[in-house]
Design a protein around this ligand. Structure first.
Ligand code: ADP
Ligand code: MG
Length: 729
């Protein structure tokens, strides 16, 4: 009997790197080749239309429908020159990933023929048949249909023969059914709030915007091996598999050279990403074997989110060309590091001054401190909600394991910043000022050394670490849409800044000097948000106890954590900042719970099938071989000596019998638990039941299977093993 596993392993070993031809131009020349960017707008649009569109993009002016036709015409011309035949409204539904429905440009010409057309109307709005996208009941309750609407702030791009138009996706009654719509509102809120606070320091600043630089981690697995692992194919992770004798303990992968086949893939990915305007800059191996990272230069948050979505789908496509599968799941393999997506976040102004960064004057330092502290205030007030924003059935495997951020949100600030905040909070207020004669009060806040920027003393265990000129939100999952985290973070900071300004203005209205008022309020806030600040080891058990004492959210159950979206403080924040209403939050939570349940349900089914169809038959087959051997030996040597000589085999026969029995009962219990959970109508309660009663049973089954993998003859084992999945090039 041929074992498929050996065939696919042999196949994987034979593969050679693909030849990737780089374009003849330099990257700076082909960057954005497939994007309708400023330069193309300038080239393809009439001057007045160009100017109006730029005003929409830069200053948020409302889109004048009268220019839509002219814009569409210019885009169509560009598309024609690039062999494009179809167009699609590209959007981000609540299932992770993106959605698109392609339409050809053709229309009836009314004379029995066809004409190619692309009007402003088609550019601006579409009605995708969206009945199969999750909406958490919004569409039932409010309105049967939804529509997609053009987001002109994210440029249109071409993939193959299709023009892709980034859009938001909302119901007819205005509820958001996607990630982009609330993200745009959150970004608007933080922009408005931050600009106003910025005016205390720089009255000339026109606009503050939020930046995001993501670092995407992923695994590559050979495609042949992947196809022989039904669990990888159906769930994105291995549900079983014993540790490889060697995994990441040598720490040799991180600094190792990138294997050739992988290098060819990366090169291909980078070229195509650059052509799509994604400014990929960094690539390297990650900690675990076969784990890698790609990161672009940071961009405005909305654009960065779109680019990440685009890169993830590009990555999957290009991996297949190279005979790989890209695994974006947060925890594809047990026992080695999972994958995350650090979200580097900051605010900056139109004048280029980064709001995070050391100040050269005391005023600048105060401005810096204000934005740092108000960010911490947002994170502190909504730490449970922030955790909810990065939580998913898949990311749950990563959080809390001693490799990724713990399931408690806290912030690392480092020694210098901590000391600065301490000083401002505790110093006698008089000492923060110099009385400087005629000039009146002068601030006396110590300068922050430039050194801080290079502060490499980074605490890798912190989920929200300050790293010199930005915060790094490290808990985001590799598979997630960054928008989820960015919606909550930006809204929380918007709320904190708004609240800060209200209180400062109240003091100023009472006659207090502006700087003095800012200092009063910031001192208050430094003290209030203290519980979120933690520079110690986030993986330690003491931290969990300490965090509980501090009142931070320590919940670990994914479906329970989702409840944070419906806390009064969360609903109030989203409504006050005009980002989402209660009914939208409720509907979105329904989707979250439903998705959670479905993911665990599929895993449980695959686990059951593989146990009964793969594992038990293979183990029993080996067991009969051993039994025959023992019987034969007893025939030849007599019962007593035969038994003694086959002592080890008898033990294994027993072990297999016991383990397969436990697996069989385990699967029965798993099915029974699913049946009970499936009867629950309420999505919230069903998800909790899946978490509490279904998921733990899979762990027990896995334990037995992994032990069997160690005793069953290698030649009979059908599923590619960890050592093959992880070390083959
Ligand atoms: P690492 O954290 O692995 O050392 P880098 O320093 O290269 O990585 O930065 C990671 C990401 O952070 C990159 O996408 C980079 O562009 C981004 N980044 C750097 N500065 C900022 C900033 N001020 N705001 C947002 N993102 C930033
Ligand atoms: Mg980083």
């Amino acid at each position: 009997m041929a074992n498929l596993r050996f065939e696919v392993v042999a196949e994987a070993f034979k593969k050679r790197p693909l030849d990737v031809m780089a374009p003849v131009e330099r990257p700076s020349e082909y960057f954005g080749k497939n994007v309708f960017n400023r330069a193309k707008m300038y080239k393809y649009l009439p001057r007045d239309v160009y100017e109006k569109l730029v005003d929409v993009i830069d200053n948020g002016a409302t889109l004048d429908r009268s220019i839509a036709d002219a814009v569409a015409k210019g885009i169509k011309q560009w598309a024609d020159e690039n062999g494009v035949t179809h167009y699609t409204h590209w959007f981000q539904p609540l299932t992770e990933g993106t959605a698109e429905k392609h339409d050809a440009f053709i229309e009836h010409d009314g004379k029995g023929g066809m004409i190619e057309e692309f009007s402003g109307k088609l550019l601006v709005q579409q009605e995708p048949d969206a009945s199969s996208f999750p909406s958490g009941g919004i569409r039932n309750t409010f309105e049967a249909r939804g529509y997609s609407a053009w987001d002109p702030t994210s440029p249109i791009f071409i993939i193959d023969d299709t023009l892709c138009i980034p859009t938001i996706f909302i119901s007819y009654t205005g509820e958001s059914l996607d990630y982009k719509a609330p993200l745009l509102r959150a970004l608007h809120a933080v922009s408005v709030a931050a600009t106003e606070v910025c005016h205390y320091f720089y009255p000339d600043v026109k606009k503050v915007h939020s930046n995001l630089g993501w670092e995407q981690e992923y695994f590559l697995v050979d495609e042949s091996l992947y196809s022989a692992r039904p669990d990888l194919v159906l769930t994105g992770r291995t549900l079983m598999g014993h540790d490889s004798a060697k995994n990441q303990q040598m720490e040799d992968h991180y600094f190792g050279t990138i294997p050739e086949r992988v290098q060819a893939f990366m090169k291909d990915l980078e070229i195509q990403a650059l052509e799509l305007g994604i400014p990929c800059k960094t690539r390297h191996n990650e900690v675990a074997p076969n784990q890698f990272e790609v990161a672009p230069i940071f961009e405005e948050t909305n654009l960065a989110v779109d680019h990440n979505m685009l890169l993830m789908s590009l990555m999957k496509k290009i991996a297949r060309r190279h005979g790989f599968r890209a695994l974006l799941h947060e925890k594809p393999f047990d026992g080695i590091n999972g994958s995350g997506k650090h979200n580097n976040w900051s605010l900056s102004t139109d004048t280029g001054v980064l709001l995070h960064g050391p100040g050269k004057t005391p005023e600048e330092t105060l401005r810096f401190v204000v934005f740092i502290v108000e960010t911490l205030m947002g994170v502190y007030r909504h730490n449970g909600l922030l955790k909810a924003s990065i939580m998913s059935a898949t990311n749950a495997h990563r959080l809390g394991a001693n490799e990724a951020p713990p399931a408690i949100i806290s912030s690392f600030l480092g020694k210098q910043l901590s000391e600065l905040l301490d000083h401002i909070e505790k110093a006698d207020k008089k000492d923060l000022f110099n009385m400087a004669g005629k000039q009146g009060m002068k601030l006396d806040i110590p300068e922050i050394p430039e050194l801080m920027i290079d502060n490499t003393d980074r605490n890798r265990t912190s989920p929200f670490a300050f790293t010199g000129n930005r915060f790094e939100f490290r808990a985001v999952g590799s598979e997630a849409n960054c928008a989820s985290a960015m919606i909550v973070l930006n809204t929380a900071v918007a709320e904190a800044l708004t609240d800060f300004k209200t209180r400062v203005d109240a003091l100023i209205a009472k006659g207090e000097d502006k700087t003095s008022a800012i200092i009063d309020i910031i001192r208050e806030d430094i003290s209030t948000c203290k519980p979120i600040h933690f520079d110690g080891n986030g993986y330690s058990d003491e931290w969990v106890e300490e965090a509980m004492r501090r009142g931070l959210d320590c919940e670990k159950s994914c479906p329970v954590i989702f409840e944070r979206y419906l806390d009064d403080s969360s609903v109030k924040m989203f409504e006050d900042m005009n980002v989402m209403k209660r009914n939208e939050l409720e509907a979105r939570n329904e989707v979250k719970w439903e998705t959670y349940t479905k993911k665990i349900q599929i895993e449980a089914r695959v686990m059951g099938d593989l146990s009964l169809n793969h594992i038990i038959p293979v183990a029993t087959h080996y067991q009969s071989q051993l039994t025959k051997n023992v019987e034969g030996m007893m025939r030849i040597f007599g019962e007593e000596e035969g038994k003694a000589l086959t002592d080890r085999n008898v033990k294994i026969i027993r072990e297999i019998a016991e383990r397969t029995q436990i697996i069989k009962t385990g699967v029965e219990e798993l099915v029974a638990a699913r049946k009970v959970a499936n009867k629950i109508e309420n999505e919230h309660d069903k998800a909790i039941a899946y978490h509490d009663t279904v998921e733990p049973k899979m762990e027990k089954i896995r334990y037995q299977i992994d032990k069997l993998e160690l005793v069953v003859a290698d030649e009979l084992w059908t599923l590619p093993k960890y050592r093959e999945l992880l070390f083959i090039r």
